[in-house]
Design a binder for this molecule. Structure first.
Ligand code: ZN
Length: 270
């Protein structure tokens, strides 16, 4: 969409005008944008390296917004049947980090969706509801987190390969819900991306303001990151995307929460 409203200063900006602000101003204001028609949380993308003009967007708009049809990007989607069954069955979920996938392998998004979906369906149809275990890829977990707000608060058991499985309510955190009690613990942090910066040689992926958790992708991982996620070689394209990242929550000396990505298999986007 061409216009976005900043709730910090109350101004409605055209995308080009917004892109002409200083980098600092853009970085601050882009975390506080809403759709000018429906007030849904909105993101801003700078002019892409591919030439696509700067634009605003919302994933999703509020129901009935006349600007919703302008956007071709897919929104949150819905739960697949097997994901719904999985939640209802309350079975143990083994997280499939896909460590065996070479970092150089580009993930075929459609193939991944169908394989994770069918594997689990087969599992359920052969064992019936109440199956003890099921394997889920990060992409499916992110889909469940976004489409079932109760899942992250539930006591569904999540096995990430540690000695004991965690409750979903223990392991999953929205970016904005990270607190001091989460520091030095492994969490699966998720939410929408509204600001991506390169600082020194690191990439900082941010959701909300300074108080929210961020993800740091250090220089040594970036080559693998771009090979695995070629759509994000232009990191501006991450804005508006949803992310799930597993890692240890750290706190900088300036009281900033962050997760340092330590393996390319521990992050996924949707
Ligand atoms: Zn809207």
């Amino acid at each position: 969409m061409d216009f976005g409203k900043c709730t910090l200063d109350g101004n409605v900006y055209g995308a080009y005008k917004f892109s002409q602000l200083s980098d600092n101003e853009i970085s601050n204001k882009r975390k506080h944008l809403v759709c000018n028609k429906c007030d849904a949380k909105a993101y801003f993308k700078k002019k892409a390296k591919s030439g696509q003009a700067a634009c605003f967007g919302a994933r999703p708009h509020n129901p009935g917004c006349s600007l919703a049809s302008e956007e071709s990007e897919s929104c949150l989607g819905t739960l697949y049947d097997d994901e719904r069954e999985l939640i209802n069955a309350g079975s143990l979920i083994n997280v499939d980090f896909d460590f065996n996938t070479k970092t150089t392998t580009h993930i075929d998004e459609s193939a991944e969706d169908s394989s994770s979906s069918t594997t689990s369906s087969r599992h359920f149809s052969s064992n019936g509801i109440g199956s003890a275990e099921s394997k889920r890829k990060l992409k499916s977990l992110l889909n469940i987190l976004l489409n079932d707000s109760d899942f992250s608060k539930s006591n569904q058991k999540i096995n990430i390969g540690h000695t004991y499985p965690y409750n979903a309510s223990t392991i999953f955190r929205k970016f904005s819900d990270i607190s001091t009690s989460d520091v030095n613990k492994i969490k699966g942090v998720y939410g929408q991306i509204f600001d991506v910066n390169e600082f020194n040689t690191d990439i900082w992926v941010n959701s909300g303001g300074y108080d929210d958790c961020s993800i740091v992708i250090e220089n040594h991982l970036q080559e693998y990151f771009y090979e695995r996620f070629p759509d994000y070689i232009d990191v501006e394209n991450l804005n508006g995307m949803y992310v799930l990242c597993f890692g240890e929550v750290l706190k900088s000396k300036n009281d900033k929460f962050f997760i340092k990505l330590d393996d390319i298999s521990k992050i996924v986007f949707k």
